[in-house]
Design a protein. Structure first.
Length: 235
């Protein structure tokens, strides 16, 4: 009798192909689920990180300031700017000689920053903008002399400053918090009397968001905090 020739029959090949396809499909499902979860975790972590960076910079700078220039008392807007080791708006001198002065400036840019990938929702992916305006930028500079003046404005927010140098972007995708006036991220509502304790208090309130992406919903991280400047306190 003639023995069976080597190789596989057509039926065996079809069965093996079916089993192989089922295994690959199962592995693909596991991979996609793991990848999707990893992407969601990354987006959540990034959103929280930006919210914490924004809140920490605001608390640290305002909490150590001896002079708040922007916003003025009973005013609000898109900027907070002030100094450490500065006496007052009238003379601009130091609280303490021999100690550096330091200017800080936080500002929210509400439009794209031309030529930059930091705050521009046209780059690199309009379908999933990672750095969409409004964006929060942070400037800081120290001086051996009196506190430097700021040359940053809402129109130049995010660009390099001749007085304060290059900024750091702290957060993007900002939305105005519920109950805040239009175009307002910072408020300073002073008391009725001159130089009352409430005059020192500045509030930051906004949401850091991430747009929907695939099956993942829109993300929100609320920042709503106040800080009190140390007016009249020497370093």
């Amino acid at each position: 009798m003639r023995g069976r020739a080597g190789g596989f029959t057509l039926v065996e090949l079809m069965v093996a192909s079916t089993i192989f396809s089922m295994v690959i499909a199962a592995l693909a499902a596991i991979y996609l689920a793991a990848f999707g979860q990893s992407g969601r975790t990354f987006r959540e972590g990034r959103t929280k990180m930006m919210g914490n960076m924004a809140m920490n910079a605001f608390m640290n700078e305002v909490g150590q300031a001896s002079y708040i220039e922007i916003p003025a008392k009973n005013a609000s807007g898109t900027e907070v700017s002030g100094c450490q080791n500065r006496r007052s708006a009238t003379d601009g001198g130091k609280n303490k000689a021999g100690v550096n002065s330091r200017r800080f400036h936080l500002c929210v840019r509400t439009t794209n920053l031309a030529g930059s990938t930091l705050c521009n929702n046209t780059l690199p992916n309009p379908q999933n903008p990672l750095n969409s305006p409004p964006c929060l930028f942070y400037y800081s500079v120290s001086s051996a002399g009196n506190c430097p003046n700021t040359d940053v404005t809402p129109a130049t927010c995010g660009a390099n400053s001749s007085a304060l140098g290059s900024p750091q972007m702290l957060a993007s995708g900002l939305e105005i918090a519920t109950g805040m006036p239009a175009d307002t991220y910072f408020t300073r509502n002073g008391g009725a009397g001159l130089n009352t304790p409430e005059d020192n208090v500045v509030r930051a309130a906004f949401k850091v968001t991430r747009p929907p992406w695939g099956v993942h919903p829109k993300l929100f991280y609320d920042v709503d905090t106040t800080a009190t400047a140390q007016f009249g306190v020497s370093p």
